[in-house]
Design a protein around this ligand. Structure first.
Ligand SMILES: Nc1ncnc2c1ncn2[C@@H]1O[C@H](COP(=O)(O)OP(=O)(O)OP(=O)(O)O)[C@@H](O)[C@H]1O
Ligand SMILES: [Mg+2]
Length: 246
């Protein structure tokens, strides 16, 4: 589904990502761990195609197509979607309008909003004045409307209360489990790449593999639950040392 080869990325002249290789097959969910400032959000934003992230070398392929130089809207149309860590406010644009425009007739907006307890937010300007947890629910609703084949989620559970985490966890599980996406993606089984610090989302999804990204490089990979427990007990250092030895 997604292949990244030898990716080097600069932001404002500073190299943030070094030699990233990633291969996420169709129907797989991968998890990204790593300390603050290590480059996790940068990796997702680069795959999405945000223009401030400059690919200095390496390639990104999506469903076999080289999208390294493709604009962000083309990537979205091809079926890449992203839940942002800090989504922007969009004054003057109502949540309902965006959901309608992205989903067409493909989603019952009232029902989908109701499932995420977002009914009363449909007439509000996107993200303006939303609380931390409301922002995440709004982002998930927008992802659902888009229905991408490849879902990238940057800390989807951050700032979400213990009751709402049940609601969004199940919704994320259903989204990832969905089939069909993009303009010609019918029958495609979705894949996901999820960043988490707390690991809470792992209680709801079935992830096959996890990576630790530190200092802009993928340091190690393994089973998500085992790696999470190891980081919780020993921090990231063990993984970084192991990478340096190899
Ligand atoms: N637009 C930008 N301008 C300047 N520096 C940036 C920009 N975006 C990212 N960086 C820098 O790149 C590095 C990686 O940032 P990134 O947001 O990818 O980290 P992260 O791993 O997602 O961290 P966190 O866990 O705190 O979210 C940081 O040092 C950050 O300050
Ligand atoms: Mg981040």
């Amino acid at each position: 589904m997604l292949k990244v080869e030898g990716l080097n990325v600069e932001v404002r002249g500073k190299q943030v990502l070094h030699d990233i290789d990633l291969d996420i097959p169709e129907g797989s969910t991968y998890v990204l761990f790593g300390p603050n400032g290590s480059g996790k959000s940068t990796l997702l934003a680069t795959i999405m195609g945000f223009s401030q992230f400059e690919v200095t070398s390496g390639r990104i392929f999506f469903r076999g197509k080289d999208i390294t130089d493709a604009p962000i809207d083309e990537r979205a149309r091809l079926g890449i979607g992203m839940l942002m860590q800090r989504p922007p406010n969009i004054p003057g644009v109502r949540l309902r309008s965006v959901l309608k425009a992205t989903s067409g007739d493909g989603m019952d907006v009232e029902r989908a909003a109701g499932e995420l307890n977002m009914d009363s937010f449909l007439e509000r300007d996107i993200n303006v004045g939303f609380s931390g947890g409301e922002l995440k629910r709004s982002e998930i609703l927008q992802l659902q409307a888009q229905g991408p084949c490849f879902l990238m989620m940057d800390e989807p559970e951050s700032g979400v209360d213990l009751v709402s985490i049940q609601v969004i966890g199940k919704k994320i599980r259903d989204l990832i489990g969905g089939i069909g996406c993009g303009s010609d993606g019918s029958g495609t089984i979705r894949s996901a790449l999820i960043i988490t610090h707390t690991g809470q989302i792992l209680d709801f999804i079935e992830a096959q593999k996890a990576f630790v990204l530190a200092n802009g490089t993928i340091q190690c990979s393994g089973s998500p639950d085992v790696m999470f427990e190891r980081i919780r007990r020993h921090g990231y250092e063990e993984c970084i040392r192991c990478h340096q030895r190899n």
